[in-house]
Design a binder for this molecule. Structure first.
Ligand code: UCC
Ligand code: FAD
Length: 558
């Protein structure tokens, strides 16, 4: 027997990622069941090709370059002059170019597919997210800014840059809300705006912003007040004209390629957007969009981690057995599949609501859902995805914990997934918003949610539908019988249980489209969470394990 050496003996064959459009059953269900046929036919080849591109050597070279060369800043030159030299990596810049040329933002505003343009845009963005080196972060804020300019019908010139497909013309936008006194509570804002004499809405803004992630942007939407006792207004800052000085870059756990900085604003040129002293309400259009982006990233990070782990289990053997045949391992992966499918369904319902609200085709109930869901779903998907990505890391054993080559690096995905629970509103702050909005008109909220669930479940399996509606009635009774203070103290439990109900209903609706056995089983398992019953109880050991295998290794995997 020859002893192993550094280059001989057992060497694990390397898992290979396949086309992320065709390999992902959760994406396929949205693509097939949630897009009109004429739209899905029209976008098929684009998404298919992009699904291959996002696992290409080319894009992972950009990711690797961006991860290995985090941004740097020079704040003084050799002679002591104040300068503002932010340097980002080659890979980061290439990610920006490809985001523009692939129309990741433009697709939403060209509205080629009307209200379904958002679903198409976010399917593409979802494929892109885990290969984007977190360029999805500036894209989210850019999308939010474009929407605000569109709503208020101002600065068409800036809007055109933000929605351009031409990399040399494409701008991004920052979003500056957080200050040292608080990010959840922005009432302590110490940034002041002074109106320029003789102008309608032109200002100069000075203050200190504690977190700025899209620091290489050309513009930013920001909050400032006109005088000490005044409320916050929203402004569009012109970063190119100077006046936003980088104090230092943040030293972060993850999101390494992203230039997150502290900024001192000194007479930054800015323009008032929307009504004076309505800044939070104006910027909430950005919040709702960036929160949906956050949810799509969460679903995408968990999906990519699962794809890596599935491929690993096909090449790895343990105790003489292929890992993909080890029942307990496959059961763990099946649980993750179920969870990821749920995140996908609830996230893309928010996407669809956004599309309808923008195109004026949303009903009153849908507009109310659009007020409630994006914040809650951001909190829910962020938390659930982070736990799932961590589980995937373990499913690769010791190698999962390593900084693998970029295509297979779950460590990077986990670091980046952690921030999804913090920025754009922490979990408890978002759940607090949800219960406060629901409680403000409790009777109306419960009726609107009931109508929504009944409609969603109208073609579903009867016992599944009764189970989900029964859970909702328990929840509704609790809401109606509780004080605001008590709901706020349990905001996360109240919000997440509602998100579980909505996810189960959407999975049931999805299963009812074609009664696909895998989709039916996933819906059944998710609904079983609501009553805490064991979804496998009625199965023998063998049939449960067959279901697990089918859930994970669908179609032609094995
Ligand atoms: O973190 C940031 C950027 C990170 C990078 C981006 C990544 C994007 C994802 C990509 C992933 C790769 S930027 C900072 C984000 N900061 C937050 O999210 C703040 C969290 N805190 C909150 O959300 C709070 O609830 C606040 C700040 C909104 C609370 O402020 P106020 O002043 O107490 O505001 P109110 O009173 O709650 O709301 C003021 C008005 C109300 O309308 P009126 O006055 O008509 O009653 C609210 O109904 O604003 C309305 N409003 C909303 N409307 C508030 N929130 C919303 C909403 N979500 N939708 C609609
Ligand atoms: P705090 O608000 O002090 O929160 C501390 C704790 O208190 C949290 O656990 C929170 O949940 C809890 N808490 C606060 N209020 C409540 C409440 N009412 N109910 C229950 N619990 C509560 N901000 C920007 O404006 N622009 C950016 O570009 C940006 N980029 C960022 C990039 C990164 C990498 C990170 C980490 C942050 C970024 N942020 C940005 C800031 C981010 O939005 C804030 O950190 C976040 O909103 C929380 O605010 P805070 O840090 O002040 O924490």
């Amino acid at each position: 027997m020859a002893a192993a050496s550094a280059s001989s003996g057992f060497i694990q064959s390397t898992p290979q990622l396949r086309n992320q459009f065709t390999s992902d059953p959760s994406l396929q269900r949205i693509f097939t069941n949630r897009l009109p046929k004429e739209v899905s036919e029209d976008v098929l080849s684009d998404l298919h090709d992009f699904g291959q591109y996002v696992v290409s050597d080319e894009i992972f070279d950009y990711v690797q370059d961006a991860e290995s060369n985090p941004p740097t800043v020079e704040t003084y030159d050799a002679f002591g002059n104040r300068v503002n030299r932010l340097r980002t990596s080659y890979g980061w810049k290439k990610e920006k170019d490809l985001a523009a040329s692939h129309g990741i933002i433009a697709a939403a505003y060209e509205r080629k597919y009307g209200q379904d343009s958002r679903v198409y845009q976010f399917l593409k963005y979802y494929l892109y997210a885990p290969s984007s080196a977190l360029f999805t972060c500036p894209l989210a804020m850019t999308d939010g800014c474009a929407r605000v300019l569109e709503i208020y019908g101002v600065r068409r010139d800036v809007f055109d840059h933000l929605t351009s497909r031409d990399p040399s013309n494409f701008w991004t936008s920052g979003q500056w809300m957080t200050e040292r006194s608080g990010g959840s509570d922005v009432s302590g804002t110490e940034t002041y705006a002074t109106k320029l004499p003789g102008t309608e809405n032109k200002y100069e803004v000075s203050g200190f912003k504690w977190f700025s992630s899209a620091t290489d942007s050309q513009v930013a939407l920001l909050l400032a007040r006109e005088h000490e006792k005044g409320k916050l207004s929203c402004f569009l800052g012109d970063i190119k004209s100077g006046g936003a000085n980088i104090v230092r870059l943040k030293n972060k756990l993850g999101t390494k390629p992203l230039p997150t900085a502290e900024l001192e604003l000194r007479n930054l040129k800015a323009e008032l957007i929307g009504d004076r002293e309505r800044g939070v309400a104006v910027i909430s259009a950005v919040l709702n969009i960036t929160r949906i982006h956050n949810s799509v990233n969460a679903a995408a990070f968990l999906r990519r981690s699962l794809e890596i782990v599935k491929e690993f289990s096909l090449v790895r053997k343990v105790f003489g057995q292929p890992l993909h045949t080890v029942a307990s391992h496959v059961h763990t992966l099946a649980d993750l599949e179920v969870r990821q499918n749920a995140l996908m369904q609830i996230t893309f319902r928010c996407v669809a609501l956004l599309g309808k609200s923008e195109c004026g085709s949303a009903s009153a109930d849908e507009l109310f859902l659009m007020r409630c869901l994006p914040s809650l779903v951001k909190a829910y998907t962020g938390k659930r995805a982070l736990a799932g990505v961590s589980e995937c890391m373990e499913a690769m054993g010791g190698v999962g914990y390593l900084e693998n080559e970029p295509a297979l690096n779950i460590a990077r995905l986990e670091r980046d997934a952690q921030v999804l629970t913090i920025w754009e509103g922490t979990t408890n702050v978002l759940c607090d918003d949800f219960v406060s909005v629901v409680h403000a008109k409790a009777q109306h909220s419960v009726s609107a949610f009931r109508r929504f669930l009944e409609k969603t479940l109208q073609n579903s399996d009867r016992s599944l539908s009764e189970q989900i509606l029964g859970s909702f009635e328990v929840w509704a009774k609790y809401i109606q019988g509780s004080t605001l203070a008590s709901l706020r103290s349990r905001g996360r439990a109240v919000g997440f249980y509602f998100a579980d109900i909505v996810s189960a209903a959407l999975l049931s609706e999805d299963a009812a489209f074609d009664n696909d056995p895998r989709a039916v089983e996933i819906a059944r398992r998710y609904a079983a969470r609501l009553s805490g019953s064991d979804p496998l109880a009625k199965f023998s050991e063998n049939s449960a394990s067959d279901y697990n295998t089918a859930a994970v290794f669908h179609n032609d995997y094995l």
